[in-house]
Write a protein that binds this ligand. Sequence first.
Ligand SMILES: CC(C)(COP(=O)(O)OP(=O)(O)OC[C@H]1O[C@@H](n2cnc3c(N)ncnc32)[C@H](O)[C@@H]1OP(=O)(O)O)[C@@H](O)C(=O)NCCC(=O)NCCS
Length: 197
Amino acid sequence: MQCSKNRKFVSIERELQDRKFAVELLNDVVIRPPCVTDGASVNALIARCPPLDRNSLYCNLLQCTHFSATSALAEQEGKVIGFASGYRLPDEPETLFIWQVAVDRIARGRALGKRLIFDILSRPVCTGVSMLKTTVTQSNAASQAMFDKTAAVLDAPHRRTLLFDRDRHLGGSHSSEFLISIGPFQIPGRDKSNRRK
Ligand SMILES: CC(C)(COP(=O)(O)OP(=O)(O)OC[C@H]1O[C@@H](n2cnc3c(N)ncnc32)[C@H](O)[C@@H]1OP(=O)(O)O)[C@@H](O)C(=O)NCCC(=O)NCCS
């Protein structure tokens, strides 16, 4: 009994510390395109963020270099706490495809995921982007909520269709991936003012 009381106390204390830290957390977060020296930190962040697929370090290095302009990294005091990878579809350049979004557990629920996505969308490299696509699994409520809210902010319709089927495409070893298509939209504060010029 004593032991379980202590455990409960310790866990409440930790929760309070976590919340205090979380409130302070996003005050001095810097969001920027990743660079080559971020690859290993991104790889470690993804590993801390199940159920994301852990890609190779080599893959993360490519994201941090070839796809840097359409990816975003959040850091605080030199620690990587968020990452979103994306690219414009080669055959559909009006579409930004978001590959993965990862936010460290302690920083969740404070709009960092959405901020990463909007940071990419607001860059000059996304001029002309009017669609956002991504994939989600049925069981990932956080991911679905984040993209629902992204569609709401963009005031854009969104649709969901099956893209990669568990048995037909994923060898029965991974949940089906559903394609979320958001758009068409205008990027708030940018496309409209561009049109006026
Ligand atoms: C998904 C993830 C990136 C969301 O990051 P986040 O910074 O907490 O997301 P945000 O705070 O920007 O949330 C955006 C919206 O989704 C909602 N949301 C986030 N997580 C949620 C959850 N678990 N359940 C319900 N709604 C949730 C938020 O309430 C918020 O809504 P609001 O705009 O009305 O406040 C984060 O939970 C994560 O890294 N998960 C593990 C990796 C993963 O699954 N990535 C997504 C696949 S690409």
